[in-house]
Each structure stands twice: as C-alpha cells, then as structure tokens.
Design a binder for this molecule. Structure first.
Ligand SMILES: Nc1ncnc2c1ncn2[C@@H]1O[C@H](COP(=O)(O)OP(=O)(O)OP(=O)(O)O)[C@@H](O)[C@H]1O
Ligand SMILES: [Mg+2]
Length: 358
C-alpha cells in the first residue's frame, strides 16, 4: 500500500509500474519532470515514455525476475525527443508492481566534485610551478653546455649531445605548460563570436598537427556571441582539437558543431546560477578515452599517452570554468565528443565594440 502523504512528499519523481509495464501512479514531482499530469501518465506505457541504453523494459523485467532492487547510476535517460539527462534510477519491487525513483544528477553536486578536484589541482600546480621556476635556469645551463661541447664533436658523440639538447627542450616545454596553467592573470572578457575563435583554431590546426585530418564544420550561423576571452577560448579549442588528432593517429575525422541549447544551467563562481546556452562540440572518430583515466580526465598530469603531460584538459577545464562555463565529455570507441557550454554576452558584438572603443 502507498501512503498518499509519503508518496506526494517524495522530493524526486516517482512512478509505480504495473505488470504490463504501464504506469499505475505518478507523484507530483514526476508530473513536473515529465511535463504531464498524473492522470495523463497513468495507463501510459513506460518504455514508450522513458528510455535508457539497453531498454528500460529490460531493467524492469530484471527487477521483477530477481525480486530485488536495481540502481542504475549516472545513466543517460531519454524523455521523448529531449536531450539525454544524466540520472540515477532506483527500481524496487512493490507488491506486484515496481517502484521507479528518478534522481536527476544534480548539476550543483557535479560542480562541487569538479571544484574539489580543481582545488587539489591548484595546490599540485602551485608546487609544480615553483619547481618549474627552479628547474628552468639550471636546465638552460645544461643545454648551453651540451651545445658548446657538441661544437667539437662528430658522429655518435654529437648525437648524444643533440639528445641532451632535444630532451632538455622537451622539459622546458613541459615547464612552460605548467607555468601557463598557473597563469593567474585576469581574463579580458568581451562579446566573442565563437565561430571566429573556431575558424582561427581550425586554420592553425590545419597547417600543423591536423594537416592530415578531415575537419567538418557544422555551425549554427545564428549563434549569439559568448562572453569570454577569445585567446583563452582559442587555447581550449586547440587543446581539444590536438587531443582528437592525437587519438585518431593524426588522420581521422573531426566534426565541430555549434548550437544553442537553453536547457543547461550551471552554478557560477559567485554562487548564483546562470544559463550556458552556447554549445561547441568537438567530436572525433578515434578509439575513445581509455577507461582507466576516464574519471580523472580533467585533473592535471592525468595522461593516457606515453609522452603526454596531462595538462591539456586540465587547462581547458580551468579556462572554461573561469568563464562560468561547463565542459563535459561523452566517449565510446569510435566516437568521442567534448562539449563546451558557455554563457552568452549581454551585449551584442556591435554595441560591445562601441563600449570598448568608447
Ligand atoms: N579525443 C580523445 N580521444 C581519446 N582520448 C583522449 C581524447 N582526448 C583526451 N584523451 C585522453 O586524455 C588524456 C589527457 O588529455 P590531456 O590533453 O589532458 O593530456 P595529454 O594530451 O596527455 O597531454 P598534453 O598536456 O600534451 O595535452 C590523453 O592523454 C588521452 O589519453
Ligand atoms: Mg592534450
């Protein structure tokens, strides 16, 4: 028996599913969540309304067969034609029926987790920055000395000094990346046409690391300007393009898509929440993110590549969050999609230009 008070007091959407997979009851939050009245929901066939990978009917059948609850964590739930929503789903036997509780993944909780990892990152990077500073000077000495010695050498001996110089340069590059990560300068934000940023990134990628890649641009020409620092956003896009090219062994297909989606909101750094409707997706057809690093992808020094420093995505995440934006990834073998969601500028490009000039 359902206690009507407890049933309605549940803070999350809850449905009772009958033996024929039809909805028997829906509480108030479920009405709001599914945008239909309880009366309209009752009698509806559940799998026609909601779907998850592998089919919701299969999960219901499993709960029935096992007579014990099943929880699906962080599952992509599809409601009709709306974009997937990440949710935890709890299914439990209830008399002859099944109780389905839906807890949409709280964006704030996700942000909290991300903020925690960023503060760990900040201290790790602070340390690395200090080291970077200390190592760069003696390294310059070592490189100079190796070059001097090399001037009087030939053959295998010369190769050895060249190796010292080349490896030292690689270390300097790494240190510079660490220093860039710790760059605390304030961003110069203004209204930014994201398509200009993407064009700049594509042009520089095509003459360099992506010269053998196929780049497909699928832009929404009506996308309004973002509020951001174009150079910093360029850095984010370049890091994502480079990763996509690397994963595809420098010769795959990258699709860059832009579109507008008002449904996503995030908590800003000042504690208020705001819309991040401008979406940029960078998709590749490479092998996908290695499972062992997928959970910590945006943390510094996490890399799945032999010579990777693991700073590209950490830097991208830092920049996007400092724009009060959001970065996510969805990856399977054959398709990896990074999505950046950004706030729009309050002014349009023209009036912002006037403001800058004035
Ligand atoms: N599009 C992608 N497809 C598959 N794996 C990816 C993709 N993007 C990132 N990765 C994985 O995530 C790891 C971390 O990426 P990140 O850019 O942070 O560091 P990195 O590329 O290893 O080093 P760098 O600091 O030079 O960028 C990569 O090493 C790679 O294993
Ligand atoms: Mg990288």
């Amino acid at each position: 028996m359902r206690d009507p008070d407890i049933w309605q007091a549940l803070p999350m959407p809850a449905l009772v599913i009958g033996p024929d997979d039809r909805i028997v009851a829906a509480n108030g939050p479920a009405e709001g969540f599914l945008n239909r009245s309880a009366r309209a929901l009752e009698g509806a066939i559940l799998p026609a309304l909601l779907s998850v990978e592998g089919g919701l009917a299969n999960v219901v059948a499993r709960v029935r067969a096992r007579e014990s609850p099943i929880t699906l964590h962080d599952t992509a739930l599809r409601i009709g034609t709306a974009p997937d929503l990440r949710c935890d789903l709890h299914l439990a036997p209830l008399g002859g029926d099944i109780l389905l509780l839906i807890s949409p993944q709280d964006v704030a909780a996700r942000l909290d987790r991300a903020e925690q990892s960023r503060s760990v990152a900040r201290s790790a990077v602070g340390m690395a920055e200090m080291l970077a500073h200390e190592i760069k000077n003696p390294l310059a000495g070592i490189t100079g000395a190796a070059q001097l010695i090399g001037m009087n050498l030939a053959g295998e001996d010369l190769e050895l000094t060249e190796l010292i110089v080349a490896e030292s340069r690689r270390i300097v590059k790494l240190l510079e990346q660490v220093e860039r990560f710790g760059d605390h300068r304030a961003f110069e934000c203004r209204a930014v046409n994201l398509h200009d940023v993407l064009d700049r990134a594509c042009r520089s990628a095509m003459v360099g690391f992506a010269s053998r890649m196929t780049l497909i641009e699928d832009y929404d020409p009506s996308l309004p300007p973002a509020w951001g620092d174009a150079d910093q956003l360029l850095q984010v896009v370049l890091n994502l393009l480079k990763n996509a090219a690397e994963a595809s062994m420098w010769s795959g297909k990258i699709t860059i898509r832009t579109f507008y989606d008002m449904s996503l909101r995030v908590r800003r750094r000042d504690g208020t929440d705001g819309a991040v409707p401008l979406q940029v997706e960078i998709a590749d057809d490479g092998p996908g993110i290695p499972a062992e690093i997928a959970d910590n992808l945006f943390e510094p020094f996490v890399s799945g590549r032999e010579n990777g420093t693991g700073l590209g995505l950490a830097l991208a995440s830092k920049i996007v969050h400092e724009h009060d934006g959001w970065i996510t990834v969805d990856s399977h073998p054959g398709r990896t999609v990074f999505r950046i969601s950004l706030p729009r500028a309050l002014t349009d490009l023209k009036s912002d230009a006037q403001r800058v000039e004035g």
